[in-house]
Design a binder for this molecule. Sequence first.
Ligand code: SAM
Ligand code: SF4
Ligand code: SF4
Length: 348
Amino acid sequence: MKNNISSFSKIGQITDKFSRPLRDLRISVIDRCNFRCPYCMPSDKYGKNHQFMPKKDWLSAGEIKRIAQLFMQLGVEKVRLTGGEPLLRKDILDIVSNLSSLPNLNDLALTTNGSFLADKAKDLKALGLDRITISLDSIDKGIFREMSGGKGNLDNVLNGIEVARKVGLGPIKLNVVIQKEVNDSSVLDLLDYFRGTGVIVRFIEFMDVGTLNNWKLDHVVSSADLLEIISRKWKLVPVKKNYFGEVARRYSYQDGQGEIGFISSVSKPFCGDCNRARISADGTIYTCLFASKGMNIRNFMRSGSTDNDLMNILQKQWRERVDRYSELRKDVVKKKKLSRIEMYTMGG
Ligand code: SAM
Ligand code: SF4
Ligand code: SF4
């Protein structure tokens, strides 16, 4: 029977060409955003007349649920909603409610720039969202504003974080992208602000995602350098991985004031453990953040393909996967400029 998941047996955990299982699914629900972070959607390239995806191409809340169910048959246990800015999507609560009703989904999370969070946090929690990650690049008003492309309001985001914490969307994690001579000077103040609050600050190395963010290796502050700077102020103790495929290297403050993390895609690639598939708002499947092409499944869904047909397509995509861009970065960067999908399209 069409669209009936119970009409086929669970295939179970599938693996790619390097024996990496499929566990994690990132769903970008929208390609638009109210910020213009220069490392993601620089405002000179994404002006007023920029053509985003037509809304009719976005997967509907029902289609998102269907595709998530199919991925879960292949081993996915965790889903993260992202974008663009996912809270700009008018039916985000329907999307969350649909996904949280899936019985075998262990973890439903969402990444947001936090600007609409104060209004939405309570409903998101009530409808079954487990956790939230907020992107916040600086606790300095001016630097924050600059890093949001002149669009963000720091107090608004801090208020959103506080509301999310109060309604129980924790443990709350912060994503902080560090760029040399842009926000590295405000790292200690940011940590000082959140120490002892239970909020986990994670530093992300500035990545060469997409082709428009003017990435250069010497704009990256390595996690090792950052760790050294932070360790001069606070004693840190390494913490064991929570689970296979965890991308952040975790440290706790020796004085018990919480935990921080480092995501070192540039200096210490983790492709060997990478168990993530990504799907863009228009239903294109990507098996790597640095992919230059994906496979659109929306057209198959809308032209009557059965769940079994779709499962075969998804399985094939993962079983043939050989991506390990970050491990090859140095050679690739030296040799040629690749075409790559932009980060806001497929989500972080
Ligand atoms: N708009 C939401 C937000 O900013 O949280 C979700 C989408 S955003 C593309 C997801 C994550 O990707 C954010 O934490 C953002 O900081 C990160 N990101 C975007 N461009 C990046 C880059 N060039 N290097 C490292 N991280 C990046
Ligand atoms: Fe928008 Fe997030 Fe990209 Fe910033 S990082 S421009 S908030 S999608
Ligand atoms: Fe995974 Fe691609 Fe990142 Fe490697 S470069 S960790 S394969 S998303």
